[in-house]
Design a protein around this ligand. Structure first.
Ligand SMILES: C[S@@+](CC[C@H](N)C(=O)[O-])C[C@H]1O[C@@H](n2cnc3c(N)ncnc32)[C@H](O)[C@@H]1O
Ligand code: SF4
Length: 223
């Protein structure tokens, strides 16, 4: 990514840029096995943010390795002038539970850090996850899963070769015309509770709740 590419992509119609950040320093390079990556982001992202389009979001996947850093990652987003979206590690993607916070100590620490994040919210979109999403994130880690997934119905994946899948971790493939069949065959019987990644956390909510969370700011309703 470069500042020129950023401008070109905006001209082509891209209106949100998600940048993964796992640590607020060079540990990001180690975690990603990509030397120099953090330094590149540290140089580039504040420069892009200063252009003022407010379309850059850091995506930070909470794992057992970085859960102690989630406050510092929020500080980094603020320092760089961008927003932050927390996401949750799923062992379903990797087949490895080592990075899944599961022990009582890890869960207690995570809850404490999330309490601190809640206390620091301001009127901006700095932390883009709503409180209800972060509350559900806590439940996901506490219970090592969260039921009620509506993959295929409320969201889906279009693969590079033009097929539909309910999500990127369920390899049931349908043609573009078969969405209804995907819902009937997959979503209606889906018992998988093994992720709470951003797309699911945004879209599993009921329509009234989504409406409430997204429009109340426009009416300055205090709750
Ligand atoms: C699947 S990745 C694709 C984007 C990019 N290639 C990357 O690796 O960051 C989208 C987001 O999912 C996160 N992610 C990676 N592995 C994950 C896992 N096992 N569970 C949940 N999120 C994961 C990444 O950190 C990233 O922010
Ligand atoms: S919980 Fe839903 S979105 Fe997540 S892996 Fe399972 S089916 Fe896919």
């Amino acid at each position: 990514m470069t500042a020129d590419l950023y401008r070109e992509l905006r001209l082509a119609g891209v209106d949100q840029f998600s940048v993964s950040l796992d640590f607020p320093d060079e540990r990001h390079d180690d975690f990603r096995s990509y030397p120099g990556l953090y330094r590149h982001l540290e140089d580039l992202i504040p420069r892009m943010a200063r252009l003022g389009y407010d379309d850059i979001v850091l995506n930070s996947c909470i794992t057992s390795e970085n859960l102690h850093e989630i406050g510092a990652i929020a500080d980094k987003a603020r320092e760089w002038g961008v927003n932050l979206c927390y996401s949750s590690y799923s062992a379903r993607r990797t087949g490895c539970r080592d990075l899944l916070p599961e022990s009582p100590e890890q869960i207690a620490a995570l809850n404490e850090y999330l309490d601190r994040i809640e206390a620091r919210r301001d009127g901006t979109n700095w932390i883009v996850n709503s409180k209800s999403t972060l509350d559900a994130t806590r439940r996901y880690f506490e219970n090592s899963g969260i039921p009620g997934c509506k993959a295929g119905h409320r969201f889906l994946v279009v693969t590079a070769d033009g097929a539909l899948q309910p999500c990127s971790m369920q390899f049931h493939r349908y043609s573009l015309e078969e969405r209804r069949r995907m819902i009937d065959e997959f979503t209606a019987h889906n018992a998988c509770d093994q992720c709470y990644v951003s797309i699911r956390s945004y879209l599993d909510k009921s329509f009234p709740q989504l409406l409430w969370e997204n429009v109340r700011g426009f009416f300055s309703v205090k709750v």
